[in-house]
Design a protein. Structure first.
Length: 249
């Protein structure tokens, strides 16, 4: 237990620049408190002392706002930053050197007994508010963007965003810190927005070709006024808007 606690404390200083000293971490970090309580509760769970384990887990949730079922298997150096609203289910498995932010749920999608919660391999980072549901596996070194909903397996070292979660960023485009974790949440791509922008640019090119061929453009329907009021950069550029009115689809 003491080597585990030492590793849990050390990883806080490695991943949180706000951590100043050991006393502060021990007394004010709810993620450390919840993880310490879980270490003891999980030991009781393995000894078949199920009710005391659940009571200890409930007390930890009361004081920290972090709900970890005593049956969950958690590896070394898990860092739960802020932690409020984190839920980790009974059959969840978390590897070494993982990071969870507040509002993360490792939940199940079935009432059947057996494996029904996610597995996080080593080095996974899960952003604030993300939900990982069902017996899926998040590969080593992957990261899940804030508020994403993941319902399928994720390959190692990939980035997932959106609802449902989509793989969007290969490892060669990520900035990996010396500790092996990519924390650049503000650089998460938007695959849906990118697809819409590409479609609008394509429409602009097609309208320009129609105008150059001398084909009269059909007058836009009333609903298209909303698109005309949008940003020219989003709707294919001011030039294409000026050349011909937009046609509602």
């Amino acid at each position: 237990m003491f080597p585990l606690l030492r590793d849990d404390l050390r990883c806080v200083f490695e991943r949180d620049p706000a951590a100043r000293n050991l006393l502060e971490v021990l007394t004010t970090y709810p993620g450390v408190h919840a993880l310490l309580a879980h270490r003891f509760a999980h030991r009781l769970w393995r000894w078949k002392w199920r009710y005391p384990a659940r009571v200890l887990s409930a007390l930890a949730r009361l004081f920290t706002g972090i709900d970890i079922h005593p049956g969950a298997r958690i590896g070394r150096r898990l860092f739960i930053d802020h932690g409020m609203g984190v839920v980790i289910g009974e059959t969840a498995e978390i590897g070494d050197d993982c990071t969870l932010y507040h509002g993360v749920t490792l939940g199940g999608t079935s009432w059947n007994p057996g494996k029904r919660h996610p597995t996080l391999e080593d080095g996974v980072m899960v952003g604030a508010g993300a939900k990982i549901l069902g017996p899926v596996t998040i590969g080593r070194g992957a990261r899940v963007g804030a508020n994403a909903v993941v319902i399928e397996d994720v390959a190692p070292s990939m980035t997932v965003v959106g609802i449902p979660g989509r793989v969007v960023l290969p490892p060669e485009r990520r900035r990996i810190t010396p500790h092996g974790i990519d924390l650049d949440h503000h650089l998460m791509p938007d695959p849906v927005g990118k697809a819409i922008q590409c479609l609008m640019e394509r429409i602009g090119h097609l309208e320009a070709q129609v105008a150059a061929a001398g084909i009269p453009a059909q007058a836009p329907e009333a609903d298209c006024s909303t698109c005309l009021e949008a940003s020219p950069a989003f709707c294919g550029g001011a030039a294409s808007t000026a050349q011909s009115p937009r046609k509602s689809s």
